[in-house]
Design a protein around this ligand. Sequence first.
Ligand code: ADP
Length: 228
Amino acid sequence: MEQAQRCLILFGAPGSGKGTQAKLLKDGLGWIHISTGDMLREHVAKQTPIGLEIEEKMRNGALVPDEMVNKLVEMRIDQPDCQTGFILDGYPRTVAQAELLVTLLSARGVTPVVIHLKVDYNIIVARLASRRVCSQCGSLYSVASNAPIVTANCDYCGGKLIRREDDAPETIWKRLNAFDNQTFPVLDYLKSAGFAAHEIDGSAGSPQVIMRKIAALVDDEPPTEARP
Ligand code: ADP
C-alpha cells in the first residue's frame, strides 16, 4: 500500500526557531526542508530577475508577493526528492498562500502536521539581534548562547559568519508587525480547513528538547494512504 506524501508546517514568528527545528528534524524524518526565506535569499544572492525584484522588500522586512512564493513552493514540492515528505519553514505566510497550499495538499491527499512555535517577542528580539548565519553552509549561531568555537567562522565549514541584513534591530519589529498582521490569520485559516495546530512553547528547553516534542507529534499522526 503506497503512503501519501507527508508534510510538516512549522508556523511561528520570525526568530521562533522554525529554521533551527527544520534543520534538526529533516535528517531523522528523511524529509526535505523547504525554507522560502532561503530560496528567496538565494535568488537575491544570484541576482536573478526574481532576486532583483524582491531585494528591497526583503532588506526592509516586508513580505514578497504571494504569486512568486506560491510558484516556487508548488514547483519544489513536485520534485521527486519531496515525495516522502517535506517541512515547510516560513510558508504559508499569508492567507492567500495558505489557500493555495490547502488546494495543493488536498489534491495530493496530504493532511499536514501543523506546529505553532510560540515565543515571547522580547525573547525573539534578543535572539534575532544576536543571531549569526554561516555565509557558506547556513548554520545558525547565537553570539549569546551558541557562540562558534572559532569566533567569526563557522565550526562546520569555516565559512564567514554574518548577520542577516533583516536582523538589524530596526527591521526586527517590522518583521514582527508583518507576522501579526499578515501571517497570524493563517493559523485560523488552517484550523478552519480542518487541520489541528499543536502549540509548542519555543522557549522552553533546548532546541533538541523542542525537536523531540515535534517529532513525537509527527509520529502520532500516521500517514494517510496515497490517492490513486
Ligand atoms: P524569518 O522567519 O526569520 O523572518 P525567513 O528566512 O523565513 O526568516 O524570511 C525572511 C524574509 O523572506 C521575509 O521577511 C520575507 O521578506 C521573505 N519571505 C520568506 N518567506 C516568505 C513567504 N512565504 N511569503 C512572503 N515573503 C517571504
